[in-house]
Design a protein around this ligand. Structure first.
Ligand code: ATP
Length: 285
């Protein structure tokens, strides 16, 4: 079975998240999409976020009519390997989750392009990129070069290789590079962010149009996001110690890699040197 982990803060879960999960489910025949709220997101340790149980409750409400999109407790405060080190790191979550999968299962990591652009700063980014396939949800204005350029330095193609892709909209396709496979999922244009929802709620404006009805109801009933905090969090959570997210990685040689998109251009990167050549789309072969 194809399975995806979709991690985030989900403060709160909104229709953009659900659209991403549904689109990926259809495009990659995902038998299950797990929405994994982080108890302590590594990149948000200094900002107040809503307590985990509220964020999880909203995910449960948002997905109640969805058979195969389910909330996950993988990064719950009391989960095995949980937040005793201060934050939930995706590499730990993925490795732990993989132990529960069958050999025949195929694991994907679902992520928006804005979050993917920081992937090089994550813990063990090369290892994470090789542990599972990535589905990056692209947005207008981002190019394939942006996606490849965000890779950790040891995996990143040379600037000369990326140049032909710069400014070219990332309309889908795959990047296969140094043992990592990254699929671009295009066509989603949900103009909503959780920040927007929190800010609107803090100003007493309606938030219904961005949320599943049961989530909007929960926010209202519990009075979440009422504080005038610009970040709009319901209640500051305890601030744990700050841990370094970035780590220095050993450069690994590139080999047998390719960068491909729907424009029929494939770049093969062999031993760090790039050659461009025209090729047929996969479905035309
Ligand atoms: P915030 O505004 O608080 O930063 P957010 O709306 O980006 O929150 P997160 O929980 O941080 O939500 O995001 C979880 C994942 O969902 C990330 O990979 C993010 O890129 C993706 N995502 C969030 N909103 C959208 C959207 N409207 N379209 C596509 N992807 C999205």
């Amino acid at each position: 079975m194809n399975v995806a982990l979709f991690g985030g803060t989900f403060d709160p879960v909104h229709l953009g998240h659900l659209a991403v999960a549904r689109a990926a489910q259809q495009r990659f025949q995902l038998g299950r999409v797990y929405l994994v709220p982080a108890d302590v997101p590594p990149h948000k340790q200094k900002v107040p976020i809503t307590p985990y149980h509220h964020r999880y409750a909203m995910l449960a409400l948002a997905t109640q009519g969805e058979k195969d999109i389910v909330p996950s407790l993988l990064e719950a405060p009391d989960a095995e390997g949980g937040t005793q080190w201060g934050a939930n790191y995706s590499i730990d979550t993925v490795r732990r989750f993989k132990q529960t999968l069958k050999k025949s299962d195929r694991l994907f990591f679902l992520i928006g392009i804005d979050a993917f652009l920081d992937v090089a700063k994550w813990r063990e980014p090369e290892a994470l990129l090789r542990e599972c396939e990535f589905i990056v949800v692209s947005r207008p204005g981002f190019s394939l070069a942006d996606v490849a350029g965000a890779l950790p330095e040891s995996m990143r193609p040379a600037d000369a290789v990326l140049k032909p892709f710069q400014g070219k909209s990332a309309t889908g396709g795959d990047i296969v590079l140094g043992g990592a496979a990254i699929h671009l999922l295009e066509g989603l244009q949900e103009r909503v962010s959780a920040t927007q929802v929190r800010q609107a709620a803090a100003q007493g404006r309606a938030v219904n149009r961005w949320l599943a009805p049961a989530v909007a109801e929960y926010i209202k009933k519990l009075g979440l996001y009422r504080t005038a905090n610009t970040k709009g969090a319901a209640k500051p959570s305890d601030e744990p110690d700050v841990h370094a997210v970035a780590e220095v990685m050993q450069p690994a040689p590139l080999s047998g890699s390719e960068l491909r998109n729907n424009s029929r251009t494939t770049l093969h990167i062999v031993g760090g040197k790039a050659r461009g050549r025209r090729t047929a789309r996969p479905e035309e072969r």
